[in-house]
Design a protein around this ligand. Structure first.
Ligand code: 5AD
Ligand code: SF4
Length: 430
């Protein structure tokens, strides 16, 4: 007789890439090791923390969390630390927290079933190529599916730790991507979310990212395509034209600005200027009237003067982003910028962050108001505690209507009747 399943508790921090890595680990553990997921840490036989190291705070939190887990876990339960902090700190983690059984880097996910049985294992080789590894299948949502198109990153942004945790960029062959997207779509995922650290830099045997978008859109069962993250530098006309013209591509674009100052962008090694960024954003808005543009902004990068910061505010005011993720610069080990000595005072960085967020709140009120009476195509995905059903409009706005389960998994036209900053409330018209 088969033993009852063992229980796995997994905490996932960081970006979409980590979410997909967690799905891969869950798949491997359930198919090969008879694990099933639990949301209760103290019932788990295996506790995994899939970490992010992009900023310092979550790294500090990791060690206090390991302490808590170790105190409250079931006797004999194992703790594994995975992801970017695992790649970055390696065996240091076990030294600092001996309760940890193994450390598995962000580029070694496929080895989860090996390290599980090796107390003290540290697998963090960032040159490891698992781009063609045939992972077992697991998806946390049947309605949307994440599909990796590349691993690693070749950019050398001076603030960023990712090249040290995920290694160089390797493109996954287009036929494997299409095959995986097709399988997921045939299993009910109408929405495919293509993932890479730098998606529009994709190139494999003559297939570039716009070609790949077209290939995925040719899968009949796929209704919507999203992707993250593109890089502003690689937003050439071909890419924008395919984005605008292909009806299956959701009209939502992430354009990580980081800074509006060309001088600082150079220090960050971003490869574009303020003018290029504004030019691309304008072209996008001209071509796609209802486009949703999101961005990432870092304030307090070394040497950021008041004038530099004003340039950032100027881009915010010109582009009127539908969403901004803003961060205070956090020096990361082994990055170029960590050696820069012209540090910005922490209180100045905090003020700038507040300034970005306050301005964005004002803009968001205006942006939300402008959606009054508009009609969006909404793919309903979740029941809300307050009785409604919510989903994303084609252009990524969160939309909620009255209703229940019967709407889940359906795409409907919704007229916006009560637009708020974070959620646009409306009614189904078709
Ligand atoms: N400090 C602050 N923010 C950072 N990001 C990346 N590295 C750092 C850092 N050292 C932000 C960037 C990136 C997002 C994922 O995280 O804005 O786009
Ligand atoms: Fe965090 Fe970056 Fe790693 Fe994603 S790739 S988990 S954002 S450090």
């Amino acid at each position: 007789m088969m033993n009852p399943p063992k229980k796995l508790f997994i905490e996932t921090l960081g970006c979409a890439m980590n979410v997909r890595d967690s799905e891969h680990m869950i798949a491997e553990l359930s198919m090969k090791e008879n694990y099933e997921l639990t949301t209760k840490m103290n019932e788990a036989d295996l506790i995994l923390i899939n970490t992010c190291s992009v900023r310092e705070k979550p790294v500090q939190k990791l060690f206090s969390e390991i302490g808590v887990f170790n105190k409250k876990k079931k006797e004999g339960a194992k703790i594994g630390v995975c992801g970017c902090t695992a790649s970055h700190l390696g065996k240091e983690i076990i030294k600092r927290a001996p309760a940890v059984d193994f450390v598995l880097g962000a580029r070694n996910v496929s080895k989860i079933t090996e390290v599980l049985h090796k107390k003290g294992a540290v697998e963090i080789d960032i040159d490891y190529d698992e781009s063609a590894f045939a992972f077992s299948d697991f998806r946390s949502s049947q309605r949307k599916a994440m599909v990796n198109i590349s691993i690693g990153c070749d950019k050398q942004c001076t603030f960023c730790i990712v090249p040290n945790t995920r290694g160089v960029e390797i493109a996954i062959p287009a036929n494997l991507i299409v095959q995986e997207a097709k399988k997921a779509a045939q299993n009910g995922a109408k929405e495919i979310f293509l993932l890479g650290q730098n998606v529009n830099n994709y190139k494999h045997e003559g297939v570039d990212f716009p070609d790949l978008l077209e290939l995925v859109s040719q899968i009949d069962e796929v209704e919507r395509i999203r992707f993250t993250s593109p890089h502003p530098l690689h937003m050439d006309d071909k890419f924008l034209e395919v984005f605008a013209a292909n009806p299956k591509i959701c009209k939502s674009m992430h354009m990580p600005l980081q800074s509006g100052s060309t001088r600082l962008l150079k220090e960050m090694k971003r490869g574009y200027t303020k003018e290029w960024f504004l030019n691309r954003a304008k072209k996008l808005r001209d071509m796609v009237p209802d486009v949703h543009i999101s961005t990432d902004i870092i304030v307090g990068f070394p040497g950021e003067s008041d004038e530099d910061f004003e340039e950032t505010m100027d881009v915010i005011n010109q582009v009127r982003f539908e969403q901004i993720f803003s961060f205070k610069y956090s020096p990361r080990p082994e990055t170029k910028a960590a050696e820069f000595t012209n540090v910005v005072d922490a209180s100045v960085a905090s003020e700038r962050l507040t300034c970005v967020q306050a301005r964005q709140d004002e803009l968001l009120d205006e942006i939300a108001q402008a959606s009054m009476d508009k009609v969006y195509e909404v793919y309903f995905e979740e029941l809300r505690n307050n009785g409604g059903v919510a989903g994303r409009a084609d252009n990524s706005f969160m939309v909620q209507v009255e209703g229940s389960d019967e709407l889940l998994g359906l795409t409907k036209k919704v007229r916006i009747t009560n637009p708020r900053r974070k959620v646009l409330y409306g009614e189904v018209i078709d």
